[in-house]
Design a protein. Structure first.
Length: 498
């Protein structure tokens, strides 16, 4: 049977009251995806020809999110939440009928792996069973539906916790609510589901009983329990994140990435890391980050949607939607905002913030500076405490600094302004006019010292006393110098040997 005959149904209509949130349960998530996003990612390799996501509570939120992450998936509204069987029936009513396989998965199982879904489908196709389900063996099965097997080890029943007798409650094999069904048989069976159970709902597992009663084959594939566990509250969400993050880091390490401390390193599912990269402790990589070969990230660094080139080192820094070239050093304590582009061999140092600016090859911005809406050429040095004054209160304006330029410490560039190639600007200057190539710009007032100002304007202060003591010391020193000068002015008569 071809993969194009697969219909996927995701059950995402639950209320999720234990989340205690105004956000729909399946929209909570981690590692750059919602729980629903993780589940859809697990289904993606199946290339289902139809994917129906059953929504109910907070349907507007879920439907809007679905349109963003999986626009080809179809949201199907379950107006009244009457059970998992009713949800599947609602979905099938909206999907054109065929003769393929229906895969059903829960929307709150973010640890589900593509290989697990594939294993259930492959077993289903291999055996020709009417239904194949994923099950797990757990130490504490309380709250789960138990998988009851017959003498031949085939599944004969799935019974919910509230409907199980004492012997069934002792079973530790539980249903994961991950199923593969023969589509034609399932469409018929869901029309015959009853509400004769403790919850008064139409249970999807009752389809198993219907098939067994008709003499049809039902199989189960045992999978790891951590993959199929649902997330119902914030504690379980955090636990799932830890498991998922460990998986991602294991995969990266086996692909040649060094992760010094996995316990303090977090990466999103959408992050790409090339071999020989190093992730130091307390590194967090979010969104579509791309870390190239030999780069070192961290310690204490957070990157979002940022590209880092080969052999670059970003430490104690934050970057959001920045582009970093090869052999670049960033940090410590630097902030790269959206639109920051650092070409190769750039150095961005301590307490530097860069926004919507392009920094040319080999240029250095070492200390205590803000570079906003600027273009800086190659091999230029930006002096400490430089500010690009880019905002006039209404609009942002751009500044241009040429190549091989040297700007002095404590400069302000009032945009729009341009400094030519090879130009220098003096320390303490406020540059408001263009500087020609090769020129020296000095834009500061002549210094004027007002003698005795502190004594007159701040009498009795510690400053005045310090100034008075300094003046007195200066007078004493001057007198001593005069005395020494006077003494040394007298001729020295040396006795001649007799």
């Amino acid at each position: 049977m071809s993969e194009q005959s697969v219909i996927a149904v995701v059950l995402a209509a639950g209320e999720g009251t234990r989340m205690k949130s105004t956000t729909a349960k399946v929209l909570h998530g981690f590692a750059g995806r919602s729980m629903l996003g993780h589940v859809l990612a697990a289904l993606e390799p199946l290339a289902a020809h139809s994917t129906a996501v059953v929504v109910g509570h907070q349907r507007e939120q879920v439907t809007g999110h679905l349109a963003q992450i999986a626009p080809t998936a179809q949201a199907v509204v379950q107006e009244r939440q009457l059970g998992t069987g009713h949800a599947v029936a609602t979905a099938l009513a909206e999907v054109a009928p065929g003769d393929g396989v229906v895969i059903v998965v829960p929307g709150d199982a973010p640890l589900l792996r593509p290989d697990t879904v594939r294993a259930v489908l492959d077993e289903h196709l291999r055996t020709g069973a009417a239904a194949t389900l994923a099950s797990s063996v757990v130490a504490d099965p309380f709250g789960y539906g138990r998988v009851v097997r017959g003498p031949d080890d085939r599944v004969v029943r799935v019974v919910e916790q509230k409907d199980a007798d004492l012997d069934e409650q002792a079973i530790t094999e539980v249903s994961a609510l991950v199923y593969a069904f023969d589509e034609v048989l399932l469409r018929d069976a869901v029309t015959r589901l009853s509400t004769d159970n403790a919850q008064g709902e139409q249970y999807l597992p009752e389809v198993v009983s219907i098939f067994v009663a008709e003499g049809r084959d039902v199989r189960a594939v045992v999978v790891p329990a951590d993959e199929t566990a649902g997330v119902n509250d914030r504690v379980q969400l955090a636990a799932a994140h830890r498991v998922y993050n460990a998986r991602l880091l294991d995969a990266h390490m086996r692909a040649g990435v060094t992760v010094i401390d996995p316990a303090t390193t977090f990466v999103d599912a959408t992050v790409t890391i090339e071999r020989d990269a190093v992730l130091a402790p307390n590194t967090r990589l979010h969104g579509a980050c791309m870390i190239d070969e030999g780069a070192t990230i961290g310690p204490d660094t957070t990157l979002t949607d940022t590209t880092v080139g080969p052999r670059s080192h970003v430490r104690n820094a934050v970057a959001d939607r920045a582009t970093i070239g090869a052999d670049v050093t960033v940090g410590p304590f630097a902030y790269l905002r959206p639109g920051a582009v650092l070409h190769d061999d750039v150095h961005v140092g301590t307490f530097v913030e860069i926004k919507a600016s392009e920094i040319g090859t080999g240029t250095k911005v070492p200390h205590l500076s803000y570079v906003g809406d600027a273009t800086i050429g190659e091999h230029t040095n930006i002096g400490a405490a430089t500010v690009f004054v880019n905002y006039d209160g209404v609009d942002k304006h751009r500044s241009v600094i040429g190549s091989h330029a040297r700007t002095g410490a404590d400069n302000m560039f009032v945009a729009p302004v341009e400094v030519g190639d090879g130009a220098y600007t003096a320390a303490g200057s406020i540059i408001t006019e263009d500087v020609p190539a090769g020129a020296l710009a000095v834009a500061r007032a002549m210094q004027r010292n007002v003698e005795g100002w502190v004594a007159r304007k701040r009498p009795g202060t510690a400053s005045a006393e310090a100034a008075h003591a300094a003046a007195a010391g200066s007078d004493t020193s001057a007198a001593a110098d005069n005395q020494q000068t006077s003494s040394s002015a007298e001729p020295v008569i040396e006795e001649q040997p007799s």
